[in-house]
Design a binder for this molecule. Structure first.
Ligand code: NAP
Length: 350
């Protein structure tokens, strides 16, 4: 008698599956041979998204973010929930809470310090008690920022001082979802948010006023920006200072966002969304290294990173609780896994 071993495929539920980033998540899940459950508030839009992604047989489950019981039902049976929503500060918590309640691991594409702080402070213990892992904030800024923070800290004399910056190489426009995210926390984004200094998170001005980005002949003027890795790097690395910085030109564009302008935004973001994510780490002796991740498309890459995180969560690679990416997974292995998608990384002396 012969027996066939079938390796069980993980069940992944995607909330916000019909959005721009959700489309990339579906495409990557399909490429990996995984059929997700599409969750959201509108069956027609979700079905259309499943068809576009070549997943016509995928299950659709309807749950509004205001209906906790429906969310828990929608996530029951899933190994992992991926949340792809705009403005996590307003909309994100019910999906996270329901995933934990349903016993599913959780990840999302939040780019907001205020949301990530809440995830660690209010949901870490709940996730641990439920035996699930929560890895929030998987974007083309945050995942490379956290992992490069981990790796560069270990290549300099500690405690290290770090500055993290994301530079769009095309200067193109982002998605409506991102615009809604910025509008929901406009004051926080404009003020620069938190940096980490001597053991605590502080508001107020940052120290860095210019950075020379990879390949550039001259420095770019930058100002403090609320990068989420400011919150995660001190969890795993010995640092005395961590701050985010952004090109002041991009920052003033963000600061000028209005709800009226949202209506006139193009439906799709620009097609060229190449970027560099830079982490500069200076050791206590003044010697420094620079970590760089160069990517192809901010939205596609964030989706690819979230699917990679979801697959590793489903494999049970991480301990339970709310974790930074570098606490959950091996940093080099995670970065290497992205190279097949044209997302490259390096650490150089400078
Ligand atoms: N570089 C970065 O920082 C980066 C990169 C990638 C993604 N992101 C983040 O990823 C998120 C998604 O962006 P996106 O461009 O994909 O957004 P999007 O295209 O606007 O899609 C948003 C999704 O959320 C759903 N949604 C919106 N409001 C909802 C509500 N009140 N209740 C239930 N569902 C709701 C939408 O469904 P409906 O059709 O039903 O409204 C849609 O499925 C944003 O937070 C963005 O900032 C960030």
């Amino acid at each position: 008698m012969t027996t066939t071993n079938h390796i069980a495929q993980p069940t992944i539920a995607l909330y916000g599956a019909n959005g721009h980033t959700g489309g990339y998540v579906l495409a990557e899940l399909n490429r990996r041979g995984l059929t997700p459950i599409l969750v959201g508030r509108n069956a027609e839009r979700l079905r259309a998204a499943a068809d576009r992604a070549g997943l016509p047989r995928a299950e659709i489950r309807i749950a509004d973010v205001t209906d906790d019981a429906a969310l828990v039902r929608a996530f029951t049976g899933a190994d992992v929930v991926i949340s792809s929503l705009p403005a996590y500060v307003d909309l994100g918590e019910p999906v996270l809470a329901a995933a934990i309640e349903a016993g599913a691991h959780y990840t999302d594409m939040a780019g907001e310090q205020l949301f990530l702080k809440k995830v660690f402070d209010a949901y870490g213990t709940r996730a641990e008690s439920a035996g699930v892992t929560v890895v929030s904030g998987i974007t083309d800024s945050n995942l490379p920022g956290d992992l490069l923070g981990y790796l560069t800290a270990r290549r300099v004399n500690r405690p290290a001082e770090m500055v993290i910056s994301h530079l769009s190489r095309s200067g193109g426009n982002g998605s409506r979802g991102s615009a809604k995210t910025v509008l929901a926390s406009l004051d926080w984004f404009s003020s620069g948010g938190w940096h980490y200094e001597h053991g605590e998170f502080r508001t107020g001005p940052g120290r860095t006023t210019e950075m020379t980005f990879p390949g550039d002949p001259a420095p770019t003027e930058v100002a403090k920006f609320p990068q989420p890795p400011v919150l995660t790097i001190p969890r795993h690395s010995e640092v005395s200072y961590v701050a985010g910085a952004l090109d002041t030109g991009i920052l003033s564009l963000l600061s000028g966002f209005t709800y009226e302008a949202l209506d006139s935004m193009p439906d799709e973001p620009s097609s060229d969304l190449r970027y560099d994510l830079v982490v500069d780490a200076i050791g206590a002796d003044g010697e420094g290294v620079r970590g760089v991740v160069s990517g192809v498309d901010s939205y596609r890459d964030s989706a690819l990173m979230a699917v990679e995180v979801a697959a590793r969560l489903a494999d049970g690679e991480a301990k339970s609780g709310a974790l930074a990416v570098a606490e959950a997974f091996d940093a080099e292995d995670m970065l290497n896994s992205l190279e097949r998608h044209g997302i490259t990384w390096r650490i150089e002396t400078y």
